[in-house]
Design a protein around this ligand. Sequence first.
Ligand code: AMP
Ligand code: ZN
Length: 117
Amino acid sequence: MASQPDCLFCKLVAGDIPATMVRETEQTVAFRDINPQAPTHVLVVPREHYPDVAALAAADAELTATVLSEAAAVADAEGTAERGYRIVFNTGAGAGQTVFHVHAHVLGGRGLGWPPG
Ligand code: AMP
Ligand code: ZN
């Protein structure tokens, strides 16, 4: 989908708002969450706008896989892969989604309880 003028993460991808970048590829951007919930808390987004993971998966299976492999690469680079980490896609306001540009949360660096809150 085309970039959305009112989308926070489209603006971040375009460089219009600042972010602490972790990894960048032709198709994705990974940056630190501004309000981290764990020692490692990185968001991975496709440069292209999709409102949530369901829309992304329906439109582009390959890009969905790329977002996931980038999330795993972030976890690895952050040193969290051995201990364990979590990849989360909050989907819908009722599940806590606040930014409607699909993003994978990569959380690690501490024990992560289950079930999640
Ligand atoms: P969600 O609630 O799943 O939609 O996640 C949105 C995430 O974006 C939250 O964890 C926020 O802390 C994070 N966030 C919001 N604005 C920014 C920003 N400018 N830079 C980095 N992370 C942000
Ligand atoms: Zn967007």
